[in-house]
Write a protein that binds this ligand. Sequence first.
Ligand code: CA
Length: 732
Amino acid sequence: MTNLLKGIFLVGIILLTACQAEKITKGSQAHIAQVTAAIDDKMLANADEYKGDWLSYGRNYSETRYSELTQINKENIGELGLAWATELGFTKGIQATPIVVDGIMFFSAPKNVVYAFDTRTGKEIWRFDAELDVNKFPDLCCGFANRGLAIYKGDLFMGTLDGRLISIDAATGTKNWEVMTIPEDGKHSITGAPRIADGKVIIGNGGAELGARGFVSAYDAATGKQIWRFYTVPGDPNQPFEHPDLKEAVKTWNGDVWWQQGGGGTVWDAIVYDPELKLIYIGVGNGAHWNREFRSPGGGDNLYLSSIVALNAEDGSYQWHFQTTPGETWDYTATQPIILADLTIEGQQRKVLMQAPKNGFFYVLDRTDGSFISANNYVYQNWAKGIDENGRPIEAEGARYTDGQVHWIAPSMMGGHNWYPMSYNPKTGLVYIPTNKQSAPYGQSKGAADTDVAAGGLGWNASLSTKLYMPTVYDKNPNAPIPWVNATRLIAWDPIAQKEVWGIDQPIFNNGGLLSTATGLLLQGDAAGMFTIRDVKDGKELWSFDVRSGAIAPPVTYLVDGEQYITILVGWGGAPGLTQKYVDRIHTGTIYTFKLGGKATPPKKLPANEQPLTALRTKASPEQIGNGWNVWTQFCMPCHPTLGTGNAANPDIARSSNEIFDNFDEIVRQGIFLAKGMPGFKDAMTKEELEDLKSYIFYSAQAVEDGMSPIDYMTNIAQMQYLADQQKALKD
Ligand code: CA
């Protein structure tokens, strides 16, 4: 060896020793900076090779929510125990999927607070509060939800309820940049997770119920500069189109209401990137109004509502679309999670895309060109007689509910499946789906569109009939969901044969998303506060743990210094959680983390804390009470549907204190609880209507106290509503 080489060798040894001497402590800023900076396009595209981490919303770009970790399996599952649990101190719904990198966990909590946790200790590292604009709260449909973050080159990305996209330094929890992604019309909000595609952050938004015009945008991950935007529905047809395909889309709409009111078609959940094809698949939402008759009088498919649209990731240009529900009129969004897979179908290897949208049919499409492969209903449905060979539904008679009757239609506006993520397990070849069993009374009453606008929305009032005396068409099929009963069914679906392999009925609603593993485990938290692990083969329960409150977020699994962990974020809420619950008490949001041999003590289960029924009563006339029901259905019911039966995440108004009723005008009309998310209706609700509303609430409290049967109660209300409407018709 020459002296020169010897010298280089020596320097090398010294450097190596120096590095070892400064061994980075796990959980330190230097550690987080180092492990998160390494997350680049290549690593994200090969996420399956980084089994120990959870690098994006759906774990990998295919969003399979399948883990190849094998330490926890059917043989040793009995040893699975609590590693640690940390209470977060708020009782709002947690929907987020955490990101985990070398044992450092990042997640978004309600009101857009981001946490970094060390999973080795269960201790918080940092917290970032996006400090939301409270004036935005009345515009939210479904609580203070956020479904997750994206991570890229050392930065985290979050979309906020007030429409910002924020870049946060993963090591320090400080803001790099933020950019407003929505117009100032007060209609849009963000609950979905951003996705990363070749240095760009892709973000959508929600708000179709308020008349938002849907779009998805891409921003430069380093600077926040907007790169492209794709609109899902055309705007004012008298103005130039933002992109050429909207010229085709506009031919599928009628009248002017749609563009004057916004149209809908928001991209609030599924955004999936295929790095090989360089395509981004977006799931597009419902129309505004829900009811096509008001939105686009005379019909039309209304592109690209309720469609899966493929965009060029580079410039956001339209590539292809597939519309699951042409002329959408039931709130049947196609925003639900999308999973990419390579399947052998009729002897051919196909690159497919799979979705179980709200309309009740499971779709398998060729993701290279959008061509239809197959579809079948994964839940009971009665709005279509089937799907034709091109993938278009054959609608059932009366399904559009424009005939003056009320039709009980399945699925309901909550969908056969909603945002709760499904899991595709390549070992079983099955897709596991948390499905809903629920129907809803769709009907179109006179003046419904005006009522809709008056209540500040473009959804339920023009579609869900609240006129209890209207003639009603029930579905007599024994498999049809029972009216007013909410239930769910966890199913294993064969996407090639398009059939259910097994299913488990769950008499609860709003259960969590799924995760499946290579060792044949299927994990789910549910509305009754149980976290259960089942066998992927038959759904048989293998293990369960009481997590106190309903869980809606999907679990994740990862490695910590070579040891497999499982985490589930528990916090009851989400749209259905605002209005119902299946436990005695909603506990504070809690992170539960499990490992083999875990023996930590779980946080205490507290006793029920139901507020007493109001003792106030009414002497109002039947007409006033009947009108009170009209007011309640128009303004209150979507967020406070239980009267007397118990509080959910939102209060049961019939269990309010006297003080609340003393200040009812200030709260309901003047909006003094705006910061809590309660809007003020002073422009739409008169003082007389407010008094009628109170009378209806007190009447309902009396009915609960008397133990009146639900059928007698509904019959009485129907009669009083009829009298009220007759009296009003005479006055008009
Ligand atoms: Ca909707």
